[in-house]
Design a protein around this ligand. Sequence first.
Ligand SMILES: [Zn+2]
Ligand SMILES: [Zn+2]
Length: 421
Amino acid sequence: MLLGRTALLFFLAFAQFALGAQDYYKVLGLSKQANEKQIKSAYRQLSKKYHPDKNPNDDTAHDKFVEVSEAYEALSNPESRKIYDQYGHEGLKQRQQGGGGGFHAHDPFDVFGRMFGGGGHFGGQQRRGPNIEVKVGIALRDFYNGRTTEFQWDKQQICEECDGTGAADGIVDTCRSCGGHGIKIVKHQLAPGMFQQVQMQCDQCGGRGKSIKHKCPICQGQRVVRKPTPVSLTVQRGMADGSKIVYENEADASPDYIAGDLIVTLVEKDPDLEVDNPDQVDGVFFRRKDDDLYWNEILSLREALLGGWTRNITHLDGHVVRLSRPAGEVVQPGTIETVASEGMPKWHEDGDSVYHKTEFGNLYVEYVVVLPDQMDESLRKDLGAVFDKYRKKHGVDLHKDSGRPERPVMSGEGHREHEEL
Ligand SMILES: [Zn+2]
Ligand SMILES: [Zn+2]
């Protein structure tokens, strides 16, 4: 009997050890150097992924959800994190037993609710806040190379000061004016003995059914505050202009609803030459159409006519695209040269994988030939003489060669000629 109890105790202790033994950093997929923001972001993603509402009847997901919230609780508090870093799980456990109001493993749904607002569950019965769309301007260079960046927007957040209660002291009473219903029935007398009953939102509590004596000084009792909130944004190579990235449940937060989605649209912006082009790269002036790029290259009359030139164009990642013609090769104005595979990288879902070979669209170069504005008189004579000399040999007379007649042609119905006769 005694032996049995000991064995059971041992088993319980062992089970607890086994459950608590997972490294909290590993659970969140982070390194020990992770900052507060990374911890928050990792929890945000994982808790949504493993939330039982999204994985009904999946015990593994449920366990993961509990594990993730426990890890977040321990690491999001600087004090408990320090203890965990030094003494591990055992340290946290001792601290908890020793009182002092330190680390508690809360109900994982509470933890989730604090992060996302609402009762710790997705949708269903719970009201959902509006989605919010944000446009973010991205330079062509970043669409080409890919980039992880950050932008800010004024997000409504649950007030941290009062934990979303709106009360400075955390005390929230039932509204006396409406008895907590948020609405009042008001009687209007229409005529003697005739009444109309109108249902109105309670003006004392704004329809919430709750009253606060001491309003929170930070949110003025509103329970939410708007503040600039950074969002990390990854632009993948070759993403289309107008791509949308959805951040689930990251729109405005409120104690009254589950936050809607933040939807970010990437829009190609004109290059800011001071900020976006420190290396004087030609590529920032490329124009993009889907996976292809367009560029105008200027040639002098001499180059277009005589050939024997080279151009080095620096692409968006700094590599050089060389254009050239040997001496004697004429380039007609308006000629479009296709430079294969020097366009945009084609976006692919495995784009980041080392096993994925990125394909590229084309670069189309249009040649623009510039003639001199003014001709020096002697140069004009010299050139004229050269042209005259060679026209006799194998020149072209555009007028003759066009096949157009020298004189008006007689035709049976041409009554103009008729009159002249
Ligand atoms: Zn009221
Ligand atoms: Zn507040």
